[in-house]
Design a protein around this ligand. Structure first.
Ligand code: ZN
Ligand code: ZN
Length: 372
């Protein structure tokens, strides 16, 4: 099945309500989504009755390979991309062009307006992104693969973990395992945070060793090859857990905080069904954390869409009101971060189905199973 062609058809149907003759797609991720071409410096000009890719000679071979049959205009080396685009658009004999406001710089837009002054340029931010929120069958296969690879990365990571490893060593190890396990790389720089550093939701890695703390927060994902996965787990350093047979205060706290975060994630998963707003899913998790007295320690949104990008629509946060639709895939990542103590986040990837939410990740969330 030609999925990019189906996506273009959906996009054209959606554009029917807008008064534009051509949509200029210049965000490389959106070009990939609509054509299968994975290079950059290439603009897709989409019309109701056809399309044209404007690129340069470096990509001629790759275009023929990745999206055979699509018409391509290779610009001359003396021409800049906006110049070539303006020339092609003028040749179309059209009146209005839609452009992606978040993918065209002010300088590029000024140049385009100057080169094609008779055209009416109409910005927009979500024409393609709105479509990308709902994944088709081929995208779901690729996301499931990215999750599968990420889970194998974690298994290798865990079995090879040594007390003397530093956060930096471990981030590098994840990068390596991601490729060994079949990914094209990590989906983002992994986060490995020992002890109280886990209180920083986006902790940059340091030279702290695993042995120096009771808990280890690992947030990682892979690209396999284009679609992303995103998971977070807490590992517990059993050796540091107890002293003289008594449970330390940190351990007791860890069990309490972990169970609140887990319940918050479960509540969010149960709340998922088509038609429910993204902010209601966020609220379901947030209420559990607030009731347990940790409301002020959960300072970020509950989750984000994943797909060709690691962070994309829909967003699950208090002010984001998008009704869920079957086929949406996003993370559920509630967390509690206690400065000076540490943090717990549990992150899984879920799919909205016609009758609820399906967890796509399979790694255990049982704290007992997370003891090293
Ligand atoms: Zn993550
Ligand atoms: Zn995430």
């Amino acid at each position: 099945m030609d999925y990019p062609a189906l996506r273009r058809e959906r996009l054209i149907r959606q554009l029917a309500g807008e008064d534009i003759d051509v949509l200029m797609v210049s965000n490389p991720v959106n070009v990939t989504y609509l054509t299968g071409f994975t290079g950059d410096s290439t603009v897709l000009l989409l019309r109701r009755d056809g399309l044209l890719l404007v690129s340069d000679s470096r990509y001629a071979g790759q275009l023929a390979e990745e999206c055979p049959g699509l018409p391509v205009h290779i610009r001359s080396t003396s021409q800049k991309l906006p110049e070539a685009v303006a020339e092609v658009l003028k040749g179309f004999g059209i009146r209005s062009v839609g452009f992606e406001s978040n993918a065209v710089t002010v300088a590029e837009l000024e140049l385009l307006r100057q080169l094609a002054p008779s055209l009416d340029w109409k910005g927009g931010t979500e024409r393609v992104e709105r479509l990308r929120m709902v994944k088709d069958a081929s995208e779901l296969v690729q996301i499931r693969t990215a999750i599968d690879v990420a889970e194998r990365v974690f298994t290798a990571f865990r079995s090879l973990l040594r007390p003397e490893d530093t956060e930096k060593d471990l981030c590098a190890a994840i990068e390596h395992y991601a490729r060994r396990a079949g990914g094209s790389g990590t989906a983002f720089p992994p986060i490995v945070a020992v002890g109280e550093r886990a209180a920083l939701p986006h902790a940059p890695p340091t030279s702290r060793t695993v042995a120096s703390g009771e808990l280890l927060l690992v947030d990682w994902g892979v690209s396999a090859p284009l679609y992303k996965s995103d998971l977070t787990r807490i590992l517990v350093n059993r050796k540091n857990l107890t002293f003289s047979g008594t449970t330390s205060a940190t351990t007791a706290k860890l069990h309490e905080v972990y169970s609140v975060v887990l319940q918050a994630q479960e509540a969010a998963l149960r709340a998922i069904r088509p038609g429910v707003s993204t902010c209601a899913i966020d609220a379901a998790a947030r209420a559990v954390i607030a009731e347990a007295g940790y409301g002020e320690y959960f300072g970020h949104g509950l989750g984000h869409g994943i797909g060709l990008q690691i962070h994309e629509a829909p967003w699950l946060r208090p002010n984001a009101d998008v009704p869920l639709e079957p086929g949406m895939v996003f993370t559920l990542e509630p967390g509690i971060y206690l400065p000076g103590w540490g943090g717990v986040r549990i992150e899984d990837d879920v799919l909205v189905t016609p009758d609820g939410g399906e967890r796509l990740t399979h790694l255990s969330r049982d704290l007992e199973a997370m003891k090293l």
